[in-house]
Ligand binder design. Structure first.
Ligand code: HAM
Length: 424
């Protein structure tokens, strides 16, 4: 028997309520904040991500699904959403639109990671990007939207962590400081951190190994090594966040796994913390568009893992609206009645009612059992007796009550009782 590939999942019909709820909540927030939808291809040139995400990142070093196509081109299944959106911004002339350009997306993301709860090789992200505005007010807007996503979904106990990691003018001095601090401790670091020390020292602060924690606690902080511009941005951002009443905490060791970040970084963590659990992660990427060949253009955004949001909604038992309506089942018997069953179903569907035609090979009794198992509220019974009299029997399964109606009467009754719910 075939099985889904490691780290991938099927989203079954009974789970779709949660997915739809998350998607609708996110879409509604984007509508309120004016972030328009963009869809980019599932694969792009591998080089876009090597340049965009950074060749010292885990994503580029060991997680990309890269393949050569039949034309000899190196392509990569999208391992994150920001670089493709920036590529589209440049390629599609969005720099000439009023700035900032506010965009959102829902898309599958592919990373060759070690699968575990909340960490998959294919996951899905909702993300937003605001491109073309350098001021801290837009940082606050993006952070607010990320926080509101989790809060509006009804998830409890989440926390909002914010930090600054400086920019290319002040970060080198900070990294120097960080390296000197770690130099004396190199021997006691975990093997991963020993590699990070050389390759990507900022990530030393992100280690989850117990043995490395004491070193992280005393490590120098990026916020203490900012240039005047970064300092102003950081101070002003915190004022905006306070004015917006966002319950943020400054987390001096918050760093992120992608190299394009500068200045602001932030995450929304769920009640149960852990490296595999971050719900929303993002930050400012002022150098990215230039690295992709454009003019220097600031940008900020976040990505939110849909699987993790759904996992948390389920574990907190947050009630979500049902997407699958209770259907009307058409039960029919006798040769002549068979095509009439499909006709009646067609007429009801034209009025927006969800209709299942019961399997015709079964007895009427078995069809009624089928209706119960499909959680039908109403059954329309179309037997020979009904056909002869030109009526239908409509049975209300909840009330255990039935009546004979004409098709028109049945249609209006069922439109009222079982028609499309508002918001469907
Ligand atoms: P990221 O932190 O790599 O950022 O991913 C964003 C979110 O996607 C994470 O917080 C998490 O919820 C989810 N996620 C990441 N990896 C996995 C996985 N293997 N399994 C399940 N969920 C996962 C980015 O990708 C940036 N592009 C975000 C961004 C947008 N920054 C600026 N704009």
């Amino acid at each position: 028997m075939y099985r889904a590939s490691r780290g991938t999942q099927d989203i079954l019909p009974q789970e779709q309520d949660y997915w739809r709820y998350v998607q609708r909540t996110a879409e509604e927030l984007c509508r309120r904040f004016g972030y328009q939808r963009i869809d980019t291809p599932v694969f792009e040139s591998a080089d876009l991500f090597v340049r965009g995400v950074g060749d010292a990142t885990d994503i580029v070093i060991k997680e990309m699904y890269t393949f050569e196509d039949r034309g000899g081109e190196q392509l990569t299944l999208r391992p994150e959403g920001t670089a493709p959106v920036c590529r589209a911004y440049l390629e599609r002339g969005m720099a000439s639109l009023p700035q900032p350009v506010r965009l959102h997306y829902f898309c599958p993301i592919f990373r060759y990671e070690r699968p575990q709860a909340g960490r998959y090789r294919q996951h899905h992200q909702f993300g937003i990007e605001a491109i073309g505005d350098a001021g801290p007010a837009i940082d606050a807007e993006v952070i607010q939207l990320g926080w509101l996503l989790v809060a509006t979904l009804g998830l409890k106990g989440a926390s909002l962590k914010v930090n600054t990691i400086g920019d290319p003018s002040c970060r080198p001095t900070y990294l120097q400081e960080l390296r000197s601090y770690y130099q004396a401790r190199l021997a006691s670091l975990c093997p991963d951190c020993q590699a990070r020390y050389h390759r990507n020292p900022l990530r030393l602060l992100d280690c989850k190994q117990q043995t490395c924690q004491p070193h992280i606690l005393e490590a120098p902080r990026s916020a203490d090594h900012l240039c005047p511009d970064c300092q102003r941005h950081w101070t002003s951002l915190q004022q905006y966040l306070e004015e917006l009443d966002l319950p943020f905490q400054v987390e001096p060791r918050l760093v992120r796994g992608l190299d394009y970040y500068a200045r602001t970084v932030f995450e929304v963590q769920p009640q149960e913390e852990g490296s595999q659990s971050t719900l929303v992660g993002g930050g400012r990427y002022d150098g990215l568009i230039q690295a992709l060949g454009g003019r220097p253009t600031p940008g900020i955004g976040f990505g939110a893992g849909l699987e993790r949001l759904v996992l948390n909604l389920r574990s907190q038992q947050v009630p979500v609206p049902a997407v699958i309506p209770r259907p009307v089942v058409v039960a029919h018997q006798g040769k002549e009645a068979d095509p009439r069953g499909a006709q009646v179903a067609t007429q009801l569907r034209q009025h927006g009612i969800s209709v299942l035609v019961a399997p015709s090979s079964r007895s009427l009794r078995a069809q009624m059992r089928y209706a119960s198992s499909m959680n039908a509220r109403f059954v329309v019974i179309l037997g020979e007796a009904e056909l002869a009299r030109g009526v239908l029997t409509v049975r209300d399964m909840d009330q255990a009550h039935q009546q004979e109606l004409t098709l028109e009467q049945a249609t209006s009754l069922l439109s009222l009782a079982a028609g499309p719910a508002t918001g469907q």
